[in-house]
Design a protein around this ligand. Structure first.
Ligand code: GLA
Length: 381
């Protein structure tokens, strides 16, 4: 990450110096589309993050510069001041959500950049929201807003200002991330547990293959998946799909659409798979972890229908190469696969995936080695 560039741009635009804050993207080993269903997720923060330089400016306006997009926006702090640029809505939304909760936000100048790939399923937007939620809490609220609420502020920003009815996983992971640890979060109770995660100790590596197919979650298929689940939960007389079983689902099969049935079938399976994976990890049984990952992939592809042919191909190539586990990661509709691969197979897998993917689509997937890292923080430099 080029922090000097952020500092230079900040100085260029605002002729002063601010403080630096950062928050990371995330991976998720398993537990996809379970968060808004009151289920479990198993994410970890990564070494790719957003960084923002910020300084109060004594006005009631936010003046923001996106270094990556080379775009500038200026907007007020009232509900009617929503900026036109979608990137600026994340900053505006976080400020608004803090104010709505009775917190303090005053005008500030900011420049930001990041190395979380956009649209790759690593939650660049949550990284951005968490950076500003953390920073504005520190600058204007004496760190009084607790970390759960910081995550909820990011989530509400997505709901109310960006059009995605997301769950809590991404913002939670970005705020609570801990180096070398995954986190199993119960999205109903918000209880969570850190799980030390060091696949290399067992002779494995975790790698992401980015199809570079972009997904668009806004206003979209993502929200429709959520609505399907909510309809089924309501039919079952439950708040969420948490704790639903296949028996219960089969009992109402004739009263729901085939599509809603498939969506719920996936979610019910996924809730169990997260718990299986956590137990397998504790037992050092990475083969079971991998098996569940493939099951998730094909569940997301066939039942939840959020995969695409590029990602199905990557999962298929992984299987052919003897990779232990591979699956689409994140919301879907493009992005990455996450792969658990024996260290000895790594080089051959990457070479084959590049070659076969390129033969099919004319470009290679991007390769990201996963490093599990810390969550939101102030950068001391
Ligand atoms: C997106 C959402 C999350 C979660 C995942 C799917 O990343 O932001 O809340 O629902 O999709 O697991």
């Amino acid at each position: 990450m080029d922090i000097k560039l952020i500092r230079d741009k900040f100085a260029e635009h605002f002729a002063t110096e601010g403080e630096l804050y950062t928050s990371p993207g995330r991976i998720n080993l398993i537990g996809e589309h379970t968060d808004y269903n009151g289920g479990f997720v198993f994410p970890g923060a990564i070494d790719k993050a957003m960084v923002a330089e910020i300084k109060p400016n004594g006005t009631e306006k936010i003046r923001a510069y996106s270094v990556d997009l080379q775009d500038y926006a200026e907007f007020g702090l009232n509900e009617e001041d929503k900026p036109a640029a979608s990137w600026a809505c994340y900053i505006f939304g976080v400020a608004r959500e803090i104010l709505k909760r009775g917190g303090v936000v005053k005008g500030f100048d900011t420049a930001f950049a990041g190395d979380v790939p956009l649209g790759a399923g690593m939650s660049s937007s949550a990284a951005l929201e968490s950076t500003y939620a953390f920073a504005l809490n520190h600058i204007f609220n004496e760190d009084k807003i607790d970390k759960f609420e910081l995550a909820r502020i990011g989530q509400s920003t997505e709901h109310n200002y960006c059009g995605v009815k997301c769950g809590i996983m991404d913002q939670f992971a970005s705020v609570f991330g801990k180096k070398g640890n995954l986190m199993r979060l119960d999205c109903l109770s918000m209880d969570f547990e850190y799980f030390p995660f060091d696949p290399e100790k067992f002779g494995y590596r975790l790698v992401l293959l980015d199809s570079v197919v972009k997904h668009e979650l806004v206003g979209s298929p993502y929200n429709r998946r959520r609505e399907s689940c909510e309809r089924v939960a309501a039919m079952l007389g439950q708040e969420t799909l948490r704790g639903a079983t296949m028996e219960k689902l089969d009992a109402i099969k004739d009263n729901i659409s085939d599509e809603d049935y498939m969506r719920a079938r996936y979610v019910i399976g996924e809730e169990k798979r997260v718990l299986d994976v956590c137990a397998a990890l504790e037992a050092g049984d990475l083969e079971t972890v991998g098996e569940r990952m493939y099951q998730t992939h094909w569940g997301m592809s066939k039942d939840y229908e959020v995969s695409c042919e590029e990602l199905d191909l990557l999962a298929t190539i992984a299987k052919e190469c003897g990779v232990t586990g591979s699956r689409i990661m994140g919301g879907g509709f493009g992005g990455c696969t996450i792969n658990l691969v024996k260290s000895g197979l790594y080089d051959a897998f990457i070479a084959t995936a590049k070659e076969k993917f390129c033969a099919a689509y004319g470009h290679e997937p991007k390769v990201y080695d996963v490093v599990i890292s810390d969550g939101a923080s102030k950068l001391e430099i």
